[in-house]
Design a protein around this ligand. Structure first.
Ligand code: COA
Length: 404
């Protein structure tokens, strides 16, 4: 029996309501803007309004996928995030409710810093290999938040990506070999009592490069392709310059250093365009890069690409796949670019205010003023419950609770 081809059948991006331009941040911090634009490779970062979070972004990303394909064959929803809104309940359950997905479905949240979406893809592929008629909805989204005035502050951002994983996919079929590396490192983490991450930035850059080099070695050992075969490489991008740093490091490690003047842009640039505008989106970042790549290159049919995933703490995976012929017809380039273009510029003062917003923890009834204009918003907190609503104004919660 031949194994089914499995991979990404549809992919859609969402981001937050506001953007803070790095020029404004540089002005406020008294830093040369070139440090951000050139040194980090960032122009702006998405900032969620007070009524947005990973649930509203992920539901917004997934909604057009369900509109196009229906949800009937979805048996599993995996939500990869490190911005969880609850210690017990999977954030995907809110999205499942908002989108009206079948009750005959498992919904689970996955966490491992910026890596977990790649684990979700692999778990999805394994489920589909068992039963090729089923589909898996992979959601990934994060709000990257660092302390005001910290070196991490210019590498914040927010976005979500939804992907429908199926047999006989229309966009990308995954290769079987992949390379793995895990190591217990304290380069970035967020204890349960903190809303912002603790980070050793310099260590994280080193740990990232070491981990992907090891994952690459494992990938090759398992029969993976040579680096020179890839038409493009999508890296996890805490800031877009990191993709260039990492690729240079890999080329060096693989003994195929880029000759002076070699144009790394040909394999990297298209996959950094959205990330440059959106900022870090932790688990979603490599897949924001994939959306950017697909939307900005029209020469990828039948060509292999690599996805290089790193999550501090740390886990890395080197994954590859081949782009399907006709992939263009299945993309959402205008909608993805529109989501980024439509963000409203925010003043530094307003950004600071939002940075300090805290969710009330007293269990009382708290209405959250409408600020965002997307299809879903966090409308209230009540009895420690999060109440989301869609643009139609309907509150979504289980009929068991509505009955109370
Ligand atoms: N013009 C052009 N480039 C400039 C510049 C200027 N005026 N000023 C600085 N730069 C360059 C630096 O040379 C450096 O480039 P290099 O990395 O190629 O050497 C880059 O900008 C960053 O400057 P640096 O001084 O190293 O920044 P920093 O110490 O303020 O912080 C991080 C950088 C990544 C450590 C910080 O943003 C951080 O902690 N981020 C969060 C964690 C993270 O993203 N980790 C990544 C791996 S997961």
């Amino acid at each position: 029996m031949t194994e089914p081809l499995i991979g990404i059948h549809d992919l859609s991006l969402a981001t937050a309501h506001y953007r803070l331009d790095h020029d404004a941040l540089a002005r406020h911090l008294g830093v040369d803007p070139a440090k951000f634009h050139v040194g980090l490779g960032q122009d702006a970062m998405s900032i969620p309004a007070a009524d947005e979070d990973i649930v509203t972004m992920a539901a917004t990303a997934a909604q057009p996928i369900i509109a196009r394909h229906g949800g009937d064959r979805i048996r599993t929803v995996l939500f990869a995030t490190e911005s969880g809104v609850d210690q017990s309940k999977a954030a995907g359950l809110y999205v499942h409710g908002l989108l009206g997905l079948p009750t005959t479905c498992r919904v689970v949240e996955l966490k491992q810093a910026c890596y977990s979406a790649t684990a979700a893809l692999q778990f999805a592929a394994a489920l589909i290999a068992r039963e090729p008629a089923q589909q898996v909805l992979v959601l990934t989204g994060d709000v990257a938040k660092y302390a005001l005035g910290s070196t991490g502050e210019p590498t914040q951002g927010a976005a979500a990506v939804a992907m429908l994983i199926t047999a006989e996919p229309a966009i990308l079929r995954l290769d079987t070999p992949s390379g793995l590396y895990s190591d217990d490192v304290s380069d970035f983490w967020r204890p349960n009592y903190r809303t912002e991450a603790v980070v050793d930035g310099k260590l994280s850059v080193e740990a990232y490069q070491h981990a992907i080099e090891q994952a690459w070695a494992d990938y090759r050992y398992r029969g993976g392709r040579d680096l020179s075969e890839f038409a493009a490489c999508c890296y996890h991008q805490p800031f877009t310059r990191m993709a260039y740093k990492a690729h240079r490091h890999l080329l060096h490690h693989a003994g195929s250093d880029a000759a002076p003047g070699t144009d790394l842009d040909s394999v990297l640039a298209a996959g950094t365009i959205y990330n440059r505008a959106v900022g870090n989106s932790y688990a979603a970042s490599a897949y924001v890069g994939l959306a950017s790549l697909l939307d900005h290159r029209d020469d990828l049919a039948n060509r292999p690409i690599a996805i290089i995933s790193y999550g501090s703490g740390s886990v890395a995976e080197f994954l590859s796949g081949v782009i399907e012929p006709g992939y263009h017809q299945h993309l959402r380039s205008a909608a993805n670019a529109g989501a980024i273009a439509r963000r409203r510029p925010i003043t530094y003062a307003h950004y600071r205010e939002l940075h300090q917003v805290e969710i009330p923890a007293d269990g009382g009834d708290h209405k959250i003023e409408q600020e965002s204009t997307g299809p879903y918003r966090l409308a209230a907190l009540s009895g420690h419950r999060r109440i989301y609503e869609s643009a139609e104004g309907r509150h979504h919660s289980s009929s068991l609770i509505q009955g109370k």
